[in-house]
Design a protein around this ligand. Structure first.
Ligand code: OFO
Length: 172
C-alpha cells in the first residue's frame, strides 16, 4: 500500500511524463512541417516513449492501492528558432526530468517505501541514457554548425539513434 505522500509524488511525475510526451509531439510537428523527416520521426518516437513512462507509473500507482490522477497539462512550445535550439530544449528538459526522478527516489527513502524505491530504479537508468543521448545529439549538431549538407545527413541518420545506442556505441 502506498502512502499519500508517495501517491502525490508519483502523480506529480505522471504529469511530468505526460507533459514530456506533449513537448516532444510538438517538436515532431515543427520538424515535420519544416521537412525534417528524420528528426520528426525521432521526436514522434520520443513522444511515444514518454507516454510509456507515464503509463508504467499509472499502472504502478493503481496496482498498489493508489489512484493515478490524470490532470490538465501545460501547453508545450510549438515553434523553435532553429533545430539546434529545439535539441537544447530537449536536453534541458531531460535534465529537469532527471532531477524530478531524483527527488522522487529521495521521497521513497524518506517514506521507507522500498518497493517504490526499487520500481524507480528503472527510471534512474532510463534518465542516464536519455541525458546521454541528448548530449550526443548536441555534440553532433555543434559539429555540423551551419553546414546544410551536414544537416541533411543528420536528419537522415538520427532515425538510427535510440536511447540504448547513445550510451554504448555511436551510429551517427
Ligand atoms: Fe520520461 O524520460 Fe524523458 O523525459
Amino acid at each position: 500500500m502506498l502512502s499519500n505522500i508517495i501517491v502525490d509524488a508519483l502523480n506529480k511525475q505522471i504529469r511530468i511524463e505526460a507533459e514530456s510526451s506533449q513537448i516532444y509531439l510538438a517538436m515532431a510537428c515543427w520538424a515535420e512541417v519544416k521537412g525534417l523527416e528524420g528528426i520528426a520521426n525521432f521526436m514522434f518516437k520520443q513522444s511515444d516513449e514518454e507516454r510509456e513512462h507515464m503509463l508504467k507509473l499509472i499502472k504502478f500507482v493503481n496496482e498498489r492501492g493508489g489512484h493515478a490522477f490524470i490532470s490538465e497539462l501545460n501547453a508545450p512550445e510549438v515553434s523553435f528558432k532553429t533545430f539546434k535550439d529545439m535539441f537544447e530544449m530537449l536536453f534541458k528538459h531531460e535534465v529537469f526530468v532527471s532531477q524530478s526522478i531524483n527527488d522522487l527516489v529521495h521521497i521513497s527513502l524518506q517514506e521507507r517505501d522500498y518497493a517504490t524505491h526499487n520500481f524507480l530504479q528503472w527510471y534512474v537508468s532510463e534518465q542516464i541514457e536519455e541525458e546521454a543521448m541528448a548530449r550526443t545529439i548536441l555534440d553532433k549538431i555543434n559539429l555540423i554548425g551551419d553546414d546544410k549538407g551536414g544537416l541533411y545527413l543528420f536528419d537522415r541518420d538520427i532515425n538510427q539513434l535510440t536511447v540504448s545506442t547513445a550510451s554504448s556505441e555511436n551510429p551517427m
